[in-house]
Design a protein around this ligand. Structure first.
Ligand SMILES: C[S@@+](CC[C@H](N)C(=O)[O-])C[C@H]1O[C@@H](n2cnc3c(N)ncnc32)[C@H](O)[C@@H]1O
Length: 306
């Protein structure tokens, strides 16, 4: 990002002064705990919480320090107490963490929400340890504000290649489809995700942010738990993944980050999303299992000529 980019993007950020627009759609720089006080109550359909995990991490010069489990739990509790009034009674909440942060997330989430599930995401990459198992998974806790909530099952089914194409007695495919691109089955999405990598250098969505989530991961959460036009709020927006995906999927969005550089990164990605709506790994409105790029490409070409 050049200084000229920064100057241009800075003018797009929302500010509390003189007043925040209503609805506030975009990105605000600041401490989310302060900004939350200025947001309308009962307005959020989907809350994405990807806070600093209970690890020591440098976010572009602003450090988050690992603390005792009970202190991290207290920090998270204070955050959720502040966020809760912003939620609609039908809202869904996803809270991300690693194995250690999960101890705190579960404690706090059960205090305030209905905990529906825990997704385990195999993110693969991780730093090898000399005397421990490598950390290569993360948790995403799925909670709701009540028992009335949106879950768009069909939108998040996973398309898998059929290896052993079983047919019924009359010769028809059993629970799978033949297409020009191959044989596929759309399966129920489970709480164990192995089809998503963290963004890496050759992916167009990759940025400098140290803990960027991939667009495909956010697309699953947003498609399952919101509808077009709904309001998606991410108080720790980082490089902007949730806002960008919300925009691509025609939801409204607001992101906050303490770090101005990340807010500007978010705005740059939002700008690019005006002309680039694609989400890698979500082709023709379908989530594909991993290592199927060639098949997806064939399928896209077939869809294009139909
Ligand atoms: C785990 S990262 C989020 C990554 C994001 N999901 C993405 O895809 O890029 C957490 C973010 O929270 C920001 N942050 C830390 N404390 C904050 C606070 N009090 N208010 C707002 N943002 C904060 C950090 O700057 C960092 O970018």
């Amino acid at each position: 990002m050049t200084d000229a980019d920064r100057q241009r993007l800075r003018s797009r950020l929302l500010t509390l002064e003189p007043t925040l627009p209503n609805p506030a759609i975009g990105t605000i720089q600041g401490n989310c705990l302060d900004i939350i006080q200025h947001l309308p109550l009962g307005s959020v359909d989907l809350l994405i919480l990807d806070p600093p995990y209970n690890l020591t991490k440098d976010f572009n010069g602003l450090k988050f320090a690992r603390r005792a489990v009970e202190d991290y739990t207290a920090w998270l509790d204070q955050l959720i107490v502040a966020l809760k009034p912003l939620l609609k009674s039908t809202a869904s909440i996803y809270i991300c963490g690693d194995w250690l942060s999960s101890a705190s997330i579960f404690t706090v989430a059960t205090r305030h929400f209905v905990v529906q599930n825990r997704i385990t995401w195999e993110r693969e990459k991780g730093r090898g340890a000399k005397a421990n198992w490598k950390n290569s998974s993360e948790d995403i806790w799925f909670c709701t504000a009540s028992n009335h909530y949106t879950f768009n099952l069909e939108a998040v089914k996973l398309r898998r290649q059929v290896k052993a194409p079983y047919r019924t007695q009359d010769g028809n495919p059993k629970d799978w489809e033949t297409t020009k691109g191959g044989n596929f089955r759309d399966t129920h999405p489970s709480n164990f995700w192995t089809d998503i990598t963290i963004p890496f250098w050759s992916m167009p969505e990759n940025t400098e942010h140290p803990t960027q989530k991939s667009e495909k991961l956010l697309a699953k959460l947003i498609l399952a738990s919101s509808n077009p036009g709904d309001f998606v709020f991410d108080p720790f927006v980082g490089s902007g993944t949730s806002s960008v995906v919300a925009k691509k999927l025609s939801r409204q969005y607001l992101g906050i980050d303490l770090n101005e550089e990340y807010c500007l990164l978010t705005e740059r990605r939002l700008e690019l999303a005006d002309s680039e709506r694609a989400i890698q790994g979500f082709t023709n409105n379908v989530f594909w299992e991993r290592n199927t790029l060639a098949v997806q490409k064939r399928n896209r070409e077939n869809a294009d000529v139909q």
